[in-house]
Every structure is written in C-alpha cells, then in structure tokens.
Design a protein around this ligand. Sequence first.
Ligand SMILES: Cc1cc2nc3c(=O)[nH]c(=O)nc-3n(C[C@H](O)[C@H](O)[C@H](O)COP(=O)(O)OP(=O)(O)OC[C@H]3O[C@@H](n4cnc5c(N)ncnc54)[C@H](O)[C@@H]3O)c2cc1C
Ligand code: SF4
Ligand code: SF4
Ligand code: SF4
Length: 376
Amino acid sequence: MITITDKHNCCGCSACVQACPKQCISFEEDEQGFRYPLVDKAACVDCGLCEKVCPVLNAGEPRHPLAVYAAINPNEEIRRESSSGGIFTALAEAVLDESGVVFGARFNDQWEVVHAYTESKEGLAPFRGSKYVQSRVGETYRQAKAFLQQGRKVMYTGTPCQIAGLKRYLGKEYDQLLTVDVVCHGVPSPLVWRNYLRDITANNLSQIASINFRDKSTGWKNYSVKICGQEETPFVNESYRKNPFMQVFLKDFCLRPSCHTCPAKSGKSGSDLTIADFWGINDPDWDDDKGTSLILVHTCQGQQSLDSCNIPKKQTSYEDAISHNPSIEKSVAENKFISLFWQQYYNDGLNNIQSLLDKTKPSIINRLHRKIRRLI
Ligand SMILES: Cc1cc2nc3c(=O)[nH]c(=O)nc-3n(C[C@H](O)[C@H](O)[C@H](O)COP(=O)(O)OP(=O)(O)OC[C@H]3O[C@@H](n4cnc5c(N)ncnc54)[C@H](O)[C@@H]3O)c2cc1C
Ligand code: SF4
Ligand code: SF4
Ligand code: SF4
C-alpha cells in the first residue's frame, strides 16, 4: 500500500488513485497546495497495485534521443498562441485528422489547471500555451485507457512524471498511443497560484477572461505574463522577470518537492517525443524571436508522428539542445531559502517578496562564471 513518508517521493501523478480497485485512495492537499494520496486502510485489501503503478517506485531508465530537431509551426497565429514553436498543435492536429483524441492541460472555470481531452481542433485552443502550475490529472488515465480499448488513436501530453504515471497505469504498450512530454523545470504550487489570482482580482476570479503565461508581444525570449479581464486594461501585463508569481516559480521557492529529485527526466518517462523551447538556437534562419520548438525523438512511433505532421524542421545535435536547457536532464537544486519563503508567504503572501528575491541574486562573480561556462 502506498504510504508517503517523504514528499520528495510523490510527484502527484495520481496513477495510484486511478488504479486502486477498491477506490480507497483519496488525494489530499497539503499546506503548500500539492496533493498527495491517502489510503483508507480499513478498505484496502493489500493488492499492491498502487505500488506497482507508481512511477517513483518504478522509475524508468534514462534514454538518449534517437534524433533531435528544431521546428516551427508555419501557421503564424497558432505559433503566436503557443509558448514555443507550436509543435504541440501540429502533432495534435495530425492525431485528430485520424479521428483520434488529444489529452492536455487547460484552465477550468476557477482558473485551476486540469487535464482534459478533446476530439476537435477547436478544442485544442485551451491546451495551447504553458501553464506554470501543477495540473490535476483527474480521471484522464482511465479515460485514455477506455479510448485505447475502443481502438481509437490517443495523444496524451503532460509533464514527464504524468507520462510516466500514465505508462505505468496502462501497464502495456498500445500501438495507437502517442505520448508527448514537455521538458519540465518543475511545477509551482497551485495554492500560491490560487492566492495570487485572488489578490490581483480582489477575490473575484470570475472577472478574469484570459491568462497567458507566455505572451509573445514582447518577444519569445523576453515574454510577458498577461491576465485580462472584461475591461480594456489588463490585470497584469508585465515581463516575466517582474511578475511576482513567475519570480517565485523561477527562483524555485514553491516547486513540488519531487521536482528537486525528478523521477522522469532524461527520457525516463517513456514518452515517444519530448518537446521544449529551443533556447539558444544558434541559427538566424530558425530564430525570429517568435518561438522555436525543440523536439527530442525517443521512439520510431514518435518519429513517424513527427514526419506525418509535415512541418518545417531541421535536424540538430543533442549537445546543442542540452547546452541551454539543463532541465532536460537535471532537477533544479533546492533553494536554501525555501523554508524562509513559506514562513514569509503564510504571513504576508507575495507582498514584500523582493527582499527574499534579492538574497538569491547571484553575485557578479557567479554571473561571470556562468557566462564563461556557457561560452565554453
Ligand atoms: C510546468 C512547465 C515547465 C516547463 N519547463 C520548461 C523548461 O524548463 N525548458 C523548456 O524548454 N521548456 C519547458 N516547458 C515546455 C514549454 O514551455 C512548452 O510547453 C513546450 O515547448 C511546448 O510548446 P509548444 O509551442 O509546442 O506548444 P504549446 O501550445 O505552448 O504547449 C502546450 C502543451 O503544454 C502542455 N501543458 C501546458 N501546461 C501544462 C501543465 N501545467 N502541465 C502539463 N502539461 C502542460 C499542454 O498539455 C500541451 O501539450 C515547460 C512547460 C511546463 C508546463
Ligand atoms: S494496496 Fe490495493 S487496495 Fe490497497 S490502496 Fe493500494 S491499490 Fe488500493
Ligand atoms: S507518484 Fe503518483 S502513483 Fe506514486 S504515490 Fe504519488 S500519486 Fe501515487
Ligand atoms: S520536474 Fe519532474 S517531478 Fe516535477 S513536475 Fe516536472 S516531471 Fe514531474
């Protein structure tokens, strides 16, 4: 039976919750807003299934990609709405053209991030764009399995640990399943997100009309966070460097503990494809600052799906890909001020966060070191 004694050992994929034949595992939110499984011991029959499907207890082997590409979706509008080069939509449309089903992360009516599915191209729009909050997988592994058993083609997208959880949950390979994970820095706390939205809307979330974590009107690299209401003036429209939620996310103050010891990076998720931003693409023909996708191909099925969506792509090396994107392989270290952050957060929310952020600013010498390392 699943027992969480160290929170680093649960990525919250919910494979155990969905697999339990007695439905005696519930998901409880902790004080940081992350959900963990809790077993009703009286109802448990000790079948061991929850442990069998857990991607942390059964981590996969790291894989070196078979091929690496830079790619750009030629549809400019879709690329603008996407966080990177829009490869997610290109892959998804090819699956829908074969009467398939696509799973991804979207906002619900409370602006929480949840997994859901669509069978139409219009239904892809809410999945577009990165949402920097842990998404709730809900019942989607069960739903994906039901579609697969009907013989439907299924594309399931998510973080590497969500793909690892799905694969363990399914327990066998399906020819019609395409799994695509995103390179993952880590997922910030849903609690910090919820409270941030309440703060900026004076506790009236229904005023929000749209949220874009990666608005490209200021460029792909120097993106902005844009949160609009019904009025002309947005609630938030500022560089990610200035946005308090993005600052605490990128400084690793409020990531899920498992993100510091990720069980699914480096291809361990078992996905067919991994997609990401091609940060540091060193080719002016492939960088117009409107977004370029990086694609790591792990399986022949992944290569076939990529070829079938017929978008311009250029083959490149894994070394090129990894040099500006350490999150492909490495978990981020735990910020030594995490406890201080939570202490301050419970007292004062994200107000006065600047002094804490200043403490974590790298010194000039460290910055110089980093630059030299990059150049080398
Ligand atoms: C939490 C998070 C951290 C990331 N960290 C990095 C990183 O360090 N380096 C890097 O290069 N790229 C990172 N990415 C991936 C990158 O931001 C893009 O999502 C990816 O390149 C796909 O872009 P696209 O243009 O092809 O499509 P888009 O339309 O931008 O991507 C949409 C895809 O992202 C998925 N998605 C969106 N939000 C979530 C979520 N909260 N949980 C699970 N899946 C989600 C959707 O299901 C869909 O598959 C991260 C993404 C997320 C969600
Ligand atoms: S051991 Fe079996 S019955 Fe008990 S919680 Fe795990 S899956 Fe459920
Ligand atoms: S990692 Fe997933 S399967 Fe393992 S305990 Fe956590 S929620 Fe359950
Ligand atoms: S860093 Fe790893 S554990 Fe954290 S959300 Fe991403 S894939 Fe999951």
